[in-house]
Every structure is written in structure tokens, then in C-alpha cells.
Design a protein around this ligand. Structure first.
Ligand code: C2E
Ligand code: CA
Ligand code: CA
Ligand code: CA
Length: 277
């Protein structure tokens, strides 16, 4: 009987796809990592193209694994989305970003950035209680919705346009702002852009890093669209002064990129904001 049991267990495990097994492992690991405080939020400054002043930051997660060392989000976020554990993880992320923002505001004698940008997974965004959850969170931390910009993706919005528009409107009424992340890479939401009450378009870094002539046409088209719809246009992945100069020439509004700053820990970000003596 023992052998049969082992045999069937073996069969069950073998029949699980490699991916299903990876997801299961990752789910357990993420639960453990939250409990053991292994995740950290980094902040990548966002700057005004014209003045080079820091106007905000995008929060980006890092996993400081006790054995594997630093794990970058691309190695676990997509899997976390497939398994659904992303919702638990983002609850932790949002909580941490709120407390970081609170700390920043207290240390700086007020919140004097435009915003901190938060990546929102579509799976989480389309969850029925998403709006309510965010409201409870800002109340809990005594932070203001105006401090935060929620980054959603085109392809995410396209999954359920009606629901997305409804939620964006509700959250904007409370004071949150919105950006469309990775613009240009998903399904084109050009036809929906006029209905979407977002504030910022983020040009995907694939068009900006190692920019060529085709990329230039796309970047200029997006900047024109932004002007037409009265949206801020942010270029991601600016790695050289040449590209920054180009962005200045075409009147792109804001940027992020290694040329200015890589993502950094909260205290380093704070140090950048403090007036130099
Ligand atoms: P993303 O939202 O497009 O974030 C921008 C990515 O570009 C970040 O990678 C950032 O470090 C990188 N980057 C910024 N400037 C440059 C540059 O000049 N050159 C190059 N080569 N790269 C640059 P990161 O931190 O590895 O994050 C990767 C992706 O993981 C993010 O892409 C986002 O989709 C996801 N992610 C990161 N943090 C979170 C999070 O807290 N929640 C969710 N849902 N997703 C996250
Ligand atoms: Ca983003
Ligand atoms: Ca992006
Ligand atoms: Ca991305």
C-alpha cells in the first residue's frame, strides 16, 4: 500500500508542469519572504527634462534573498502574477510605500514632490475591492492620495476597459493620479486614450535606450499625442546626455533613467532631496 501511495504521489508531482511547480514554490517563498522582511522598495528619481529638478520617484521592488542574494523583479513579478500571489505581495508593497512616503514627508517637513509612482498589477487593479483597499490604506498611514501616481499598463486596461475607466475615475476623485506605463508596447489604446482620464504617458524604455530613427518617430508621435490630450509625457530609460538633449528639443516633459539616477534606497533618495550645504 505504501508503494502505491508513493507511486501516486510521484505521478501527481510528475504531472504538474514545471511552471506549476515553480509557481507553488514561489508562492511559499513569497509568503515567507514577506514574513521575514526580505523585500525592499527602491526609488528611482523622476526629473523635469528642462530644469533637471527631481519631481518624484517610481517605487521598484527588490528581493534581498538570504541565500540567493539580490533578486530583481523581472525574476518573480511575472510568476507572482500568474499564481495570483501578486495581490498579497502588492498589499505589502503599497503598505510599505505609504509608510516610506509618510517618513519622507516628516523628514522633509512636508511632502514636496509631485508624487511617488506605484506599479499596479492588472490582476490586482481589476479585483473588486481595489479602490476600497487603497482608501483604507491611505487612512491607516495618514498619507494623502495626491502623493501617489498609479501606474497601469495598456494591455491591463484593455482587458476590461469599462471597469478600468470606472476605477480610475473613482480613485481620481479621491486625489490619486494615473499614468500609462510601457506606452507603445501593448495593444494600442489610442482609440481609448481620449476616454481614459489618465495624467501621464510613460514612453517605454525600449524606444528610448539606444534610440534610432524609427524610435525617434515614435517618441515624437507620443509627445504630440500628449500635447494634444494635455497629458504629461515621461521618457523612461534615458541613459545619455545626448538623449536628454533630444528630449529637451522635442519638449518631452519628464524622464527617468540611469543617466540621472538608478533606483536607490529610501535614505539615499532622501539625501538627494535635502538641500546641499
Ligand atoms: P517598469 O515598471 O517598466 O520599471 C522600469 C524598469 O526600468 C526598472 O527595472 C528600472 O530599474 C529600469 N530602468 C530605469 N531606468 C533605466 C535605464 O536608464 N536603463 C535601463 N536599462 N533600465 C532602466 P526593475 O526595477 O528591474 O523592474 C522591472 C519591472 O518589474 C518593472 O518595469 C515593473 O514592470 C516590475 N516591477 C518592479 N517593481 C514592481 C512593483 O512594486 N510592483 C509591480 N507590480 N511590478 C513591479
Ligand atoms: Ca513602471
Ligand atoms: Ca515602464
Ligand atoms: Ca514593464
Amino acid at each position: 500500500a505504501k508503494k502505491t501511495t508513493r507511486g501516486s504521489t510521484q505521478f501527481y508531482q510528475d504531472s504538474m508542469s514545471v511552471q506549476a511547480r515553480e509557481e507553488l514554490m514561489l508562492e511559499n517563498d513569497i509568503h515567507k519572504a514577506i514574513k521575514n522582511d526580505e523585500f525592499v522598495m527602491y526609488y528611482q528619481p523622476q526629473l523635469n527634462v528642462e530644469t533637471n529638478e527631481i519631481i518624484g520617484a517610481e517605487a521598484l521592488i527588490r528581493w534581498m534573498h538570504p541565500e540567493k542574494g539580490l533578486i530583481m523583479p523581472d525574476a518573480f513579478i511575472p510568476l507572482a502574477e500568474e499564481s495570483g500571489i501578486i495581490i498579497k505581495l502588492e498589499e505589502w508593497i503599497f503598505d510599505r510605500i505609504c509608510s516610506d512616503a509618510k517618513k519622507l514627508s516628516e523628514d522633509m517637513g512636508g511632502f514636496n514632490l509631485h508624487h511617488i509612482a506605484i506599479n499596479v498589477s492588472t490582476i490586482h487593479f481589476l479585483e473588486p475591492h481595489f479602490v476600497e483597499k487603497l482608501m483604507l490604506l491611505v487612512k491607516k498611514h495618514k498619507v494623502r492620495p495626491e502623493w501617489f501616481e498609479l501606474e497601469i499598463t495598456e494591455s491591463g486596461i484593455m482587458r476590461n476597459v469599462e471597469d478600468a475607466i470606472q476605477k480610475i475615475k473613482e480613485l481620481k476623485d479621491f486625489g490619486f493620479t494615473f499614468s500609462i506605463d510601457d506606452f507603445g508596447t501593448g495593444y494600442s489604446s489610442l482609440s481609448h486614450l481620449k476616454e481614459l482620464p489618465v495624467d501621464v504617458i510613460k514612453i517605454d524604455q525600449s524606444f528610448v535606450r539606444n534610440m534610432n530613427e524609427n524610435d525617434e518617430m515614435i517618441i515624437e508621435a507620443v509627445v504630440a499625442i500628449g500635447q494634444k490630450f494635455d497629458l504629461e509625457v515621461l521618457a523612461e530609460g534615458v541613459e545619455s546626455d545626448k538623449i536628454l538633449e533630444y528630449l529637451k528639443d522635442i519638449n518631452c516633459n519628464t524622464y527617468q533613467g540611469y543617466f540621472a539616477h538608478t533606483p536607490i534606497a529610501l535614505d539615499e533618495f532622501e539625501a538627494l532631496l535635502k538641500p546641499k550645504k
